[in-house]
Design a protein around this ligand. Structure first.
Ligand code: 17E
Ligand code: FE2
Length: 436
């Protein structure tokens, strides 16, 4: 029955707008549930039960498919997506050539350019089951165009996808006299998170000062922190320890995120061991970007060649919250990608060597539940009665199978509405028939 139903009485008294029947819920620390029914009313999950006897205006029979909380993109640059090759291709494949190309591309940014690309990307992401996104917006450019565009997009899409915007000073906050002010102005305009890039400040001292300044701003404006930190293979790049020190001194702990931290993979083990103890005390979050880290890092190595991905497995083993991001889709740093978080988890399994069964499941958590913690959005995330009905349906047996096949969600449901549905491609076989 639809809202055009000829029987208005039933419409008014019906308990649910939508019922999902016979779906298996991912129970993170346990496995998958037996098939269950989920009742949804006014965008909220109002019932989870083995067999809902009532009917609803709309029902979907999931026939044993998996129901997962949506994917979360915890680290992407929506201002630069879909610009690969503009104005030129990144030939060296390094982070630093990417920054130079972007410096030229951003001279031609305008609001519509950023908004159109960001909206297109968000729609692609949502079709692939992503309903929460943290995007960086470069604020080291006159005019704050990228930031203004992404704030407008954030507010425009909030009925179907939650977006957080990080004020990210790509060129550093001390490399140009205006950049410090631009960062603060971005927070006044409404950026949700303060960012930084200490390893790209001109000196070690500037890098340390930048981290202190970021914490001061976050406290003044009551915002989260997400710093691009030590994104380099240099084993002497040690801004993570400064982030840790500030997190301890301010008590900001789980409101703080260190993104990339690729140098952590190059630190000597004695130092890494000491640092790991401090990390456990602070409870800060980590974001690794396996697709980008494996391609941008190691570029100055011959052989042996480093992987350049932070110590994901060891952080996870120590109970520290880690999520995975895609970072880029078709931009000066990474020309590939569709935004699919299962591609990211799949690469994470490989480059972090997390092939044990629990480890594969952990990689699934890094694109779902762990990222909700990082984004501080746990209150509206998860499949529980009373929470917003934002979830995805996967034609997979379990999390391992979902990562293995990198399957598109059959349904994407956001705040109670079906916003995307995918029918699997069907391949016909015309070769020999072996009878199985
Ligand atoms: N900017 C940066 O500093 N690092 C990155 N990985 C990207 C942009 C994508
Ligand atoms: Fe990034």
């Amino acid at each position: 029955m639809t809202s055009q139903s000829p029987i208005p009485h039933q419409f008014i008294t019906s308990q649910y707008d939508l019922i999902l029947r016979r779906g298996k819920l991912i129970l993170f620390d346990i496995g998958e549930s037996e098939p269950l029914d989920i009742g949804i009313k006014d965008g909220i999950i109002t019932a989870i039960s083995p067999n809902l006897s009532e009917s609803a205006h709309q029902e979907l029979d999931l026939a044993g498919k998996l129901i997962s909380p949506p994917f979360i993109e915890s680290h992407i640059h929506l201002d630069s997506v879909l610009t690969a090759g503009e104005p030129r291709w990144n030939q060296s494949g390094t982070l630093f050539e990417g920054i130079e190309i972007w410096r030229d591309r951003k001279l031609t940014l305008n609001l519509d350019d950023v908004k159109n690309r960001a909206l297109r990307m968000l729609q692609e992401q949502a079709k692939q089951g992503i309903l929460f996104v943290r995007t960086h917006a470069d604020v080291s450019a006159a005019g704050l165009i990228a930031l203004q565009a992404l704030l407008e997009v954030r507010d425009r899409v909030r009925d179907w996808i939650s977006v957080q915007v990080v004020a990210f000073p790509q060129d550093g906050i001390y490399s140009h006299p205006d950049n410090l002010n631009l960062l603060e102005q971005a927070l006044e305009m409404g950026a949700d998170v303060v960012g930084g890039i200490p390893h790209y400040e001109l000196t070690r001292e500037d890098g340390v000062n930048s981290v202190k300044h970021i914490f001061a701003l976050a406290q003044k404006y009551h915002r989260l922190i997400d710093i691009h930190c030590d994104e380099i293979d240099d084993d002497q790049s040690r801004f993570l320890e400064v982030v840790v020190a500030e997190a301890i001194k301010t008590g900001m702990g789980n409101k703080v995120t260190a993104s990339h931290t690729t140098a952590f993979a190059s630190y000597n083990n004695a130092y890494a061991y000491k640092l790991m103890g401090f990390l456990k005390r602070t409870q800060i979050n980590f974001i690794a970007n396996p697709l980008i880290n494996i391609t941008l890092q190691g570029r100055t190595d011959t052989y042996p060649k480093r992987r350049g991905v932070t110590r994901v497995k060891e952080l996870w083993q120590n109970g520290i919250n880690v999520s995975f991001g895609h970072d880029c889709v078709q931009d000066p740093w990474y020309s590939l990608g569709t935004g699919n978080m299962l591609d990211v988890a799949h690469m994470g399994v490989h480059v972090c060597q997390m092939t044990g069964r629990d480890e594969v499941n952990a990689c699934y958590e890094m694109v779902t539940r762990n990222a909700a913690k990082t984004l501080d959005m746990e209150d509206k995330y998860g499949i529980e009665v009373g929470k917003p009905a934002s979830l995805i349906v996967l034609a997979a047996r379990d999390r391992y199978d979902a990562i293995r096949t990198r399957i598109q969600p059959s349904y994407v449901i956001s705040q109670g509405k079906i916003i995307a549905a995918t029918t699997p491609a069907e391949t016909k076989w015309y070769g020999e028939d072996y009878g199985f």
